[in-house]
Design a protein around this ligand. Sequence first.
Ligand code: BG6
Length: 504
Amino acid sequence: MTTENKTTPTIMIIFGGSGDLTCRKLIPALYNLYLDKWLNEKFSIICTGLDEMTNEDFIKHLQDGVDKFSRSGVSKPQEWAAFSKYIQYQKGDFTQAPFYDTIKNHIAEFEKNAGEDSDKIFYMAVNPQFFETIASNIGNAGLNNDSKKVRLVIEKPFGTNLESAKALNAALIKSFSECQLYRIDHYLGKETVQNILAFRFANALFEPIWNRNYIDHVQITVAESIGVEDRGGYYEHSGALRDMIQNHLMQLVCLIAMEPPVSFNADEVRNRKVDVLNSIRKIKKEEVHIYAVRGQYGEGWVEGEKVKGYRSEKAVAADSTTETFAALKLFVDNWRWTDVPFYIRSGKRMQESISVITIDFKPVPHQSFPEEAMENWQPNKLVLNIQPDMGIRLRFQAKRPGLQMHLAPVDMLFDYSNTYQSGSSPEGYETLLLDVMEGDATLFMRADQVEAAWEVVMPVLSNWQANPSVNFPNYAAGTNGPETAEALIAKDGNNWIIMPFEKK
Ligand code: BG6
């Protein structure tokens, strides 16, 4: 949500600096911020890790990551050399208190060279079991004491259920105040996700019809064609409900359903989102089967290639009951949304990778046209494409050219890549890292938001844990999930729609 091109001198300490996230996401994002001149010249990145490595080898490893994963492609030697001067590798064990003296020394040296006090960002890119330890070690070392200048970034997953999320919030708040905590959900940094706010609240046109009087239902699909890849160990204890629905999809529901904020002040926006989460009807234990569907992929074909089933993936149990697909039907019980179903689904190894939100409008109140004109008639749809292609499509009826009156749907398209031909858009992590540097928490999750999101999924999670599925795998890789997910929506007379974004 940053609107100005400046940051103060900043030192970022990344715990888990030699890990995958740093190499795939964090450093490529920081590098692109550097290329786009968002970083202050007085900047330092300290990557901490347990591995024995020279600074030179470490920087080479990060460069390989940038070359492979950065949206700006392979790095140019001169630019990389200039950027990499900001980075230092620091071997050490973050569970041990004395290690924080080393960090203190880095900060002191940086501030001495900068000639001024700096912002200090601690980024926990580590296994969640260490969040509490790191936070309390930072606190015990007295590195947390400036609430304006010190921030702590917490990666997902934030807890594994409501209870553990509450416990983690309680632990973090012992060493930090809430305004210093940046719980990241990278979906909120995506261009099109942010554009939902612009679309809804910077246009007078849509808001008057954005309610139960005009909207029949909402669909949100976040489909991935990839499987669990090498994350089986993590995913076995997570599953689609916790990995995607509790965080990313719940945030999308909030953006679609929230009331207009009075301002874009971080707390105002987050208050409006919490209102949505608190309004979501809690699914009763005995009704979980009516409102929730789970699935697990078996072997199948994806993009012409035969792929294995989930149970044959690395680090996955041969009889695993972890769900790789989840779909829910939710209701937001407030004046705006009563009785409007929100169907949400997410899965791995689906037919294609696509994230899309569809708003299905109600039919016209009265059909004036003769029946033969209406053969191809469809209610209006608004499609917000999040990825891979970014854009917005509005579907409405038009008269087909000819002497007879025949109506057929046509589309009005807003295509990001055609409209803004200024190269690739910033990635979620770029937006979010810059926001952390600027101290703007609007796009980050507040404690009550995380807990409210857990409350929504808890009845389903508990039910599924208590009753492991007996019919997994129940969808073939390369398809759109189990048949029961079709039934979830079909019983209301609707069907899942994916309208890939056709480029002109
Ligand atoms: C992560 C999940 O949060 O989001 C992954 O842990 C998932 O399982 C990823 O693949 C999807 O993010 P994106 O940006 O690729 O849609």
